[in-house]
Design a protein. Structure first.
Length: 324
């Protein structure tokens, strides 16, 4: 006999919440939380829909981890530390093994709760005639008055990114085009399991003038910083860092080179900082074991220019992923 909604919650989700505050094993209608002195609350929310943000036949454990990590990346972009999250699940009403799916999904939640030291605070589960839909609201903490914004980049600031870009978008193409999955397993992993840069972001918070995560592509997301800050930017295409795996893919598919500036789902940090802070970047990079690369600078022009080795502007797509 199939378990009811409440039995599934009790068996698989309630253990993820803890018995005390704020969630009390999901036994109440709402959670209760008071931030500690000297801290501000930070909230973010992301929704993932089957066959748009993930494939409906993907491993539910990996889906759970990605749902948490895209929210953790948003917290990282604000230099916030994760505290808890609310989860809403809409699962197909018919022809769907709810218990098997939720069991695997909960195992992915547990793995990332342990890794990132936060817990489930509440949520909702419903049946739907549409696709699997997952919505996570994440709650974090930041030092009072120290929230990092997109809107404070200044002309003359240097533009940096963490890690390598284009891997996740390339991983998606590998899956869709049925390329050799073993050969490009590192790209596929980047698509399924982004790495939220939480610790790195907190260290950078003392130095940067603006910061956000790259979810919809470098040029598109840089556009958000430039628009919010009323500035422009110059980006040097050859400086954009790429992985060895992506470089190998470029050898057979040169048309994918644009992925390093328009590819989404990387969830790396994009930040600006003044000249006087640049001498600290190498030390932070080494301490965290994460590549930090200068790719350009902020200008007064209110236009974003992508420049080649000859400093000529490259004509290319400007926008990353758009929902509408």
């Amino acid at each position: 006999m199939a378990l009811s909604e409440f039995d599934l919650i009790k068996k698989y989700l309630a253990p993820l919440s803890g018995s005390g505050e704020p969630a009390f094993s999901l036994s109440n209608d709402a959670a209760q939380y008071s931030p500690p002195p000297g801290k501000d609350l930070v909230f973010t929310k992301d929704t993932l829909v089957a066959d748009i943000h993930f494939f409906s036949d993907d491993n539910p454990s990996l889906i759970a981890q990605k749902a948490l990590r895209v929210n953790l990346s948003d917290l990282a972009s604000m230099a916030a530390e994760p505290e808890g999250y609310l989860l809403s699940l809409a699962l197909p009403k018919l022809n769907f093994n709810h218990e098997e799916w939720i069991k695997k999904f909960a195992s992915g939640l547990k793995e990332d709760q342990d890794q990132y030291c936060w817990k489930l605070w509440g949520g909702d589960t419903v049946a739907t005639t549409g696709p699997i839909t997952i919505s996570v609201t994440a709650v974090g903490l930041v030092k009072k008055g120290r929230l990092i914004s997109r809107s404070t980049a200044k002309p003359g600031d240097f533009i940096y990114v963490s890690g390598t870009l284009g891997d996740a978008a390339a991983g998606l193409e590998v899956i869709k085009e049925n390329f050799d999955r073993f050969k490009y397993k590192d790209l596929i992993k980047r698509y399924y399991l982004p790495q939220p840069r939480l610790k790195l972001a907190i260290e950078l918070a003392e130095l940067v003038t603006s910061m956000m995560d790259i979810s919809d592509g470098l040029l598109g997301d840089l556009g958000h910083i430039c628009k919010s800050s009323s500035v422009g930017a110059e980006i040097f295409a050859n400086n954009i860092p790429i992985s060895l795996a992506l470089n190998n893919l470029f050898k057979t598919r040169s048309d994918y080179k644009k992925l390093k500036w328009i590819g989404g789902d990387d969830y790396e940090l994009l930040f600006t900082l003044p000249y006087e802070s640049e001498d600290k970047i190498d030390e932070i990079s080494k301490r965290n074991g994460i590549l930090l690369t200068k790719i350009g600078n902020i200008t007064t022009s209110k236009k974003i220019k992508l420049l080649g080795a000859d400093r000529k502007e490259i004509e290319t797509e400007r926008e990353g992923y758009r929902h509408f």
